[in-house]
Design a binder for this molecule. Structure first.
Ligand SMILES: Cc1cc2nc3c(=O)[nH]c(=O)nc-3n(C[C@H](O)[C@H](O)[C@H](O)COP(=O)(O)O)c2cc1C
Length: 178
């Protein structure tokens, strides 16, 4: 089995595209195909020691899911299925998409929600990302002034996405053994 599991939820496909572009950088023995959480199970998550989770923020600060028109569901439905998964010993890296211009008060909030969910269950979360190059008012994804994972904005900073992903993957590489 691949050592790294890559799971995402997405409404219009932006997060799916980023997840697939991350997977493209690695072979199948290193990383599994990016899988939509609406097709995932708790057993799959439990089987990996290293995980990358991707999410958009929808509905004004919410996790993607049925209530925000994600076909087949998203993290809103999947996180409750993970409530009994023990993340102790697991290394998790997070990336999140948002729109800092339209949603400056809830920028990438869902990233923060997933972070807190896995941290209380014992995960080691790596890949904190500086918030300097963004223009927003508040975000639940900030801890000690940094985002808890990679923040991406396809609406306003699409040109920066590729280099941000590359830099972030280098940042988490030592923890993920790439
Ligand atoms: C109805 C709606 C609500 C949104 N709410 C937020 C939000 O609260 N915070 C944020 O940062 N982005 C918000 N966004 C922006 C999305 O996160 C962004 O467009 C993202 O790229 C969508 O990715 P997806 O297609 O993978 O779901 C919202 C977008 C829509 C359409």
């Amino acid at each position: 089995m691949s050592r790294i599991g890559l799971f995402f939820a997405s409404s219009t496909g932006n997060t799916r595209r980023i997840a697939k572009s991350i997977k493209k950088r690695f072979d199948d023995t290193t990383m599994a195909e990016a899988l939509n959480v609406n097709k995932a199970t708790a057993e799959m998550i439990a089987a990996y020691s290293h995980l990358i989770f991707g999410t958009s923020t929808l509905g004004g600060g919410q996790l993607p899911g049925l209530s925000t028109d994600c076909m087949g569901g998203g993290w809103e439905e999947f996180l409750p299925q993970l409530k009994d998964v023990d993340f102790t010993g697991k290394t998790v890296a997070l990336f999140g998409l948002g729109d800092q211009d339209k949603y400056p008060d809830e920028f990438v909030d869902a990233l923060g929600e997933i972070y807190h969910f896995v941290v209380v269950r014992g995960a080691k979360v790596v890949g904190a990302w500086p918030a300097d190059d963004y223009d927003f008012i508040s975000s639940k994804a900030l801890v000690d002034g940094d985002f808890v994972g990679l923040a991406l904005d396809q609406e306003n900073q699409k040109m920066l996405t590729d280099s941000r992903v590359d830099t972030w993957l280098k940042l988490i590489a030592p923890e993920f053994g790439f």
